[in-house]
Design a protein around this ligand. Structure first.
Ligand code: GLN
Length: 487
């Protein structure tokens, strides 16, 4: 998946690589998603074709209805097991060729489970026409008409809008689209925190409408923690920290979506006002750019381009005592830099970028080469990590063992660890089964922590990730001129 087309690749605990929407679901719901929560047309067709080859359809003609739609319904019902409510998002726009079988499947599902057990929520746009200074309901009317043509009568309309929709206009939408007036919900564009959206929707009564339609009985929503978080994210007078995110897709906001989100969560939790400084590692004036930052984060990545820039950024952070947080390729860059500059291995590299390096300090492990299926040779999903007592990581997490998500092929080469340890780079996190390196630190530096996994995927708005929090605290201290060695 190219970051230019898909934004970041999100990774679930069970090792599925999905697009970034699943990350939003995890952050908003506070629940882990998995492989089964992401249904793509490709998966559905692949399953139907495989089944046909196996004779699963007894030689009958394979058709979109019922075979493809049955496959889709089966997948929805599979995630429904054990749940009270299943939220199904059908992506795309009504009328898309791609989404037709999906819409037909959810239509059939409604027919099968019956009234009171399904609620169709349709998201539409109510554009504001500047020249005429008015909101327009036509697009909403048209998309609802299109949906009804497919056989789905929406119960609730969520209307995205820049301006408040007057009551009379809501009534008009309700009448023309044949929904209850209370079920016309406005979703006005929000300011800085996207996390205020659920609160706005609650104010509009969306939760009540859905509970009623699903006959679930009304219980008050427990949103206190969420409300506190939204209020904290708007608090004035918070001290500012500037964090440089030094990567190569820096112009694409979505490419580092989870990293940005995790930094924001941590800033709110620490009462800080965050400025994210996007630094393109291929810039000539890299040092000058980094000089502005209170902390430097190097995210993950693939491919040759930008690697030397990442190594240079890690070098700057190490030498200048600027708090440094390396993630995945960012960690590998830090290890290469340390090998080259401190451990005297001038030609050290990762075999990903130089297969002929005399010092493969980052290398592919034998067992990884064998995993040819599932995502090529990638180590994917959640793995355990044991933390060294007293390390920065252990103090930040406040625990001895954690579980974090991975997406990479290469590892720190264990052959070099004794040499590195002698020069001041400490391994503070390892996988208990494979003994692969998960975390490295430089204890003599104010805060230099680099991790092979992706902590950004498990950060939540109301449960900021401890490593991001510790990194921001250290960056704040650095700004204040107190070079603490604390966590
Ligand atoms: N390219 C590196 C690897 O495959 C790092 C991957 C990443 O940063 N996600 O090991």
């Amino acid at each position: 998946m190219s970051p230019y087309q898909h934004g970041e690749v999100f990774v679930t605990d069970d090792g599925a690589e999905t697009d970034l929407d699943l990350g939003h679901y995890e952050r908003f719901l506070g629940q882990n998603m998995g492989r089964d929560n992401n249904v793509t047309a490709g998966q559905v067709y692949a399953a139907v074709l495989a089944r046909e080859r196996e004779g699963g359809y007894l030689g009958k003609t394979v058709q979109v209805v019922p075979h493809v739609t049955d496959e889709i319904k089966g997948r929805i019902l599979a995630v429904a097991r054990g749940a009270e409510v299943v939220i199904v998002e059908v992506g795309g726009t009504v009328g898309d060729i791609e989404s037709l079988p999906f819409l037909e499947a959810v239509r059939q599902l409604g027919h099968e489970v019956g009234e009171g057990r399904i609620c169709y929520v349709h998201l539409t746009l109510v554009p504001y026409i500047r020249a005429a200074e008015e909101l327009k309901t036509k697009p909403t009317q048209h998309s609802v008409a299109k949906l009804r043509e497919i056989g789905i009568r929406p119960h609730v309309l969520i209307c995205r809008t820049e301006r408040d929709i007057p009551a009379a206009m809501k009534a008009k939408i309700a009448l023309f689209c044949d929904v209850n007036a209370k079920a016309v919900i406005q979703e006005k564009d929000v300011g800085p925190s996207i996390y205020s959206v659920p609160l706005l929707l609650q104010k509009e009564g969306l939760d009540l409408q859905i509970l009623k339609l699903l006959r679930l009985g009304v219980r008050p929503a427990r949103l206190e923690g969420w409300k506190r978080m939204v209020a904290a994210s708007a608090a004035l007078g918070r001290p500012r920290v500037t964090i440089a995110v030094a990567g190569k897709y820096i112009e694409l906001k979505d490419a580092y979506k989870s990293i940005r989100a995790a930094l924001q969560h941590a800033a709110v939790a620490e009462g800080l006002d965050l400025e994210i400084q996007a630094v393109d590692v291929e810039r000539k004036d890299l040092a000058a750019e980094l000089g502005r930052a209170d902390g430097i984060l190097i995210p993950g990545g693939f491919g040759d381009r930008g690697v030397e820039g990442k190594i240079a950024a890690a070098s700057w952070a190490r030498k200048k005592g600027v708090p440094f947080f390396g993630i995945c390729l960012g960690m590998q860059a830090a290890v290469i830099e340390f090998a080259r500059s401190v451990a005297g291995l001038r030609a050290a590299h990762s075999t990903e970028f130089n297969p002929a390096t005399p010092h493969p300090v980052i290398d592919m492990m034998e067992e990884q080469k064998k995993v040819r299926q599932l995502g090529g040779t990638m180590r994917l999903g959640g793995y355990a990590c044991l933390l060294a007592p007293g390390s920065r990581a252990a103090r930040a997490y406040g625990s001895k063992a954690v579980r974090e998500r991975h997406r990479h092929r290469y590892e720190v080469n264990p052959r070099y660890l004794p040499l590195f340890a002698g020069r001041g780079l400490r391994v503070t996190g390892v996988n208990p089964e494979t003994e692969l390196v998960e975390i490295v630190e430089i204890p003599a530096h104010p805060w230099f922590v680099a991790v092979q996994f992706h902590p950004e995927f498990t950060s939540r708005p109301v449960a900021a990730h401890p490593l991001f929090r510790a990194f921001l605290r250290a960056s704040r201290s650095k700004k204040m001129g107190r070079h603490t060695s604390g966590s």
